[in-house]
Design a protein around this ligand. Structure first.
Ligand SMILES: Nc1nc2c(ncn2[C@@H]2O[C@H](COP(=O)(O)OP(=O)(O)OP(=O)(O)O)[C@@H](O)[C@H]2O)c(=O)[nH]1
Ligand SMILES: [Mg+2]
Length: 419
């Protein structure tokens, strides 16, 4: 009997409407190149790219009628298994496109969710991806079930699985509720862990940045963490934390996190809140950039925009330009920007110097006991420093805070000195 070949590569065609508008969220040659990388990461082989210039996508079919026919003919002639659209499709657009073309049509969000689904290993990661997938699916569910089973599995259908696709919306809503409450527990655990680290006086440095920039490679170089780093998008989903000793002998926590990308599905950002929260609570962010990528400025912008959406504005930050070995670009850095190669171990002492400097900009940890009469000082502390913990005890509020030396004088009366 013939053996059934598993994991046959799917032939994919990428499709995008070029509106001529400029911005991260609009399709362009560069977002299509990135879509190609995403498709290849998911295991597809891209055999064609089709674009249409029009002021906006067609409401019912995404592409105009003629172009859609052209796409259907192309798919027919070339044994295409899958069409991947660079924008997020409505349920109607997707259904109508599938009707005309006769094969699976998925969008960029589904592809990203699919990659995340195949990468998720931890319980937390799996819960987050499933939640994002279900939330994406729910409004698109009506009448999709039978078509999907006709079209079969493959890219864009991994994750919660087909049987769940076909169950009714109520069932999915219930599952969403369960996932959300499980994730709340995870979030609580994470925030307790953060609190404990804070209490122990550890500051955290978090590696963030565009996917494939080299965050995990740098993490491994600095801490021997042994995390997976590879030339694929979204190699890392779960945050990993390790101790890192600074030049001045202090120990901080270094953390590796999930990468960013353009047009990240907003359900995914929401579902990954507990993970992304690590960046929000960081004492210092290292935004890692792949300087050899012609799009690195756009990528840096996307990272910065996402970080500010997460509420990371005004956080101490160092821009780390990585992969300087590739184009041999070695600028002189300063405490805000450093130029390194994580694979060749170059520029690392400059990076460590910048980190040490940023983390010791005149702040220190103080323990206070604030009488209840002056309880408003606690909110002031929150604004002026980093409140690590507060405890309501009989004679007042015990608070530990990391505060800039310039504000310290305001609180000396309440300081609890260690015996
Ligand atoms: N030439 C060169 N390649 C590098 C450098 N740093 C990382 N890489 C390569 O870039 C690829 C991606 O590295 P990762 O460390 O996995 O990137 P990441 O930022 O963790 O990516 P995600 O986890 O997907 O967000 C790997 O193939 C690395 O070997 C560098 O300094 N120079
Ligand atoms: Mg990584």
């Amino acid at each position: 009997m013939a053996e059934i070949l598993q994991n046959k590569t799917e032939n994919a065609v990428l499709v995008g409407v070029i509106t001529g508008k400029i911005g991260d969220e609009y399709t362009s040659e560069s977002t299509l190149n990135e879509l190609k990388e995403l498709a290849e990461t998911a295991g597809a082989s891209v055999i064609g790219i089709m674009t249409q210039s029009r002021p906006s996508p067609e409401n019912a079919t995404y592409l105009g009628e003629g172009k859609l026919r052209e796409l259907a003919d192309f798919c027919d002639l070339n044994d295409v298994d899958l069409v991947i659209v660079d924008d997020e499709l409505s349920g109607t657009q997707q259904k109508n496109m599938e009707k005309v073309i006769g094969i699976s049509v998925i969008d960029r969000s589904t592809l990203i969710l699919d990659i995340f689904a195949s990468r998720a290993t931890s319980n937390e990661g799996k819960l987050q991806v499933e939640l994002a997938q279900l939330k994406y699916m729910l409004p698109r569910l009506s009448g999709r079930g039978t078509e999907m089973s006709r079209l079969g599995g493959g890219i864009g259908t991994r994750g919660p699985g087909e049987s769940q696709l076909e169950t009714d919306k109520r069932h999915i809503r219930r599952r969403i509720e369960t996932l959300e409450s499980e994730l709340k527990d995870v979030e609580k655990r994470r925030s307790l862990m953060r609190e404990r680290r804070n209490k122990d006086g550890f500051q955290t440095v978090v590696l963030v940045g565009y996917t494939n920039a080299g965050k995990s490679t740098l993490m491994n170089l600095l801490t021997d963490a042994g995390v997976l780093s590879e030339n694929k998008l979204f190699a890392t989903l779960d945050p990993t934390a390790r101790a890192l000793e600074l030049n001045d002998g202090r120990t901080v926590i270094l953390m590796d996190t999930v990468g960013f990308i353009r047009k990240l599905p907003h359900h995914l950002i929401k579902a990954f809140r507990s993970t992304l929260e690590e960046a929000v609570s960081a004492d210092l962010l290292l935004i890692v950039n792949d300087i050899s990528n012609p799009e690195y400025k756009v990528q840096l912008n996307v990272s910065e925009k996402l970080l500010s959406e997460l509420g990371c504005t005004n956080k101490p930050t160092i821009k780390v330009f990585n992969k300087c070995d590739i184009e041999n670009i070695w600028h002189k850095g300063d405490e805000d920007s450093v130029y390194i190669s994580a694979t060749e171990n170059r520029g690392i002492s400059e990076l460590m110097a910048a980190v040490t400097k940023k983390l010791s900009s005149g702040s220190r940890k103080i323990d206070l006991l604030i009488p209840y009469d002056n309880a408003s000082l606690v909110s002031q502390l929150r604004e002026e420093g980093k409140l690590l913990c507060e405890n309501y005890v009989e004679n007042g509020i015990q608070a530990s805070v990391i505060i800039d030396k310039k504000y310290e004088y305001k609180y000396t009366d309440y300081e609890v000195k260690e015996e």
